[in-house]
Design a protein around this ligand. Structure first.
Ligand SMILES: *[C@@H]1O[C@H](CO)[C@@H](O)[C@H](O)[C@H]1NC(C)=O
Length: 254
């Protein structure tokens, strides 16, 4: 039923789009007329994207392999990562264990985000080999991992064999990075991430990231993943993190 309704709306949109284009061509030079039609299209477009947006389940774990190419004035290279991710919207916390390789540099880093009542959020970054920790207070709310309402939908299609593995893709405009995110529908308005391509600037570097989401399981197996990392228990003050680590979009592009 829902698919049918979506199809109908899509057809309606295509029809309206065509009509509008025809009218726009004819109405060229009559700005008011054009403006009215443009706003109708905008409203309808918003309605359609509202209907299709989705969020991940409230709790899940999974693995994120990642390849990121970067280029600056002097340095350029490839970062590969193999990360274990845990996301808990109910408890307002997330954890990522990064295995990071950038040329000769290899690091194992644990990143934990926790929100305490009345205190707001904290970001902890523990570099295991160095035994060092960065801490940073987070001003923003804990984010629910969703396709934002203003994302542009590329529609649904099948990976590989037609009629087999159904996915949907969205184009998302972020603050630093723009992304194309591919998701698998789980149920109404709930989806699981499959892949993400992001491009943009991080510090002085242009960067292109390709992230996969694999072996996703619902729920949290062991809550100790969200514990404050061992090197972060002393009273560190806030200071700036390296831009590469200070990114808050590990879980979902948004
Ligand atoms: C959870 O993980 C911790 C740390 O790895 C371990 O000590 C503990 O036994 C685990 N608990 C359960 C219930 O598996």
């Amino acid at each position: 039923m829902r698919a049918l309704a979506t199809l109908r709306v899509e057809r309606l949109i295509i029809l309206l789009d065509l009509t509008v284009n025809v009218i726009l061509v004819h109405a060229h030079g009559i700005p008011n007329f054009t403006m009215q039609w443009a706003s109708i299209v905008l409203i309808l477009y918003t309605l359609v994207t509202l209907g299709l947006a989705c969020c991940t389940p409230d709790q899940w774990e999974g693995t994120q392999p990642e390849f990121a190419g970067y280029a600056g004035y002097i340095h350029h290279g490839l970062i590969t990562e193999y990360n274990d991710v845990a996301y808990d919207f109910k408890g307002k916390r997330s954890a990522i264990f990064l295995r990071y390789v950038n040329g000769d540099i290899e690091a194992k880093i644990k990143i934990v985000v926790r929100y305490e009542d009345n205190e707001g959020g904290m970001l902890y970054v523990d570099n295991y080999a160095k035994g060092s920790c960065w801490k940073k207070r987070l001003e923003r709310e804990f984010r629910k991992a969703c396709i934002p309402k203003d994302a542009k939908s590329y529609g649904e299609y099948y990976l590989g064999i037609d009629g087999g593995y159904k996915v949907a893709s969205y184009k998302i405009r972020g603050e630093r990075m723009n992304s194309i995110l591919t998701v698998q529908s789980v149920e109404d308005n709930v989806c699981a991430p499959i892949g993400e391509i992001s491009m943009g600037r991080a510090g002085h570097y242009d960067i292109l990231r390709n992230v996969g989401f694999v072996n996703i399981t619902p729920g949290i197996k062991n809550e100790t993943v969200f514990d404050v990392p061992k090197d972060c228990t002393e009273d560190w003050s806030d200071f700036d993190l390296p831009i590469e680590i200070d990114r808050q979009d590990y879980i979902f592009a948004v």
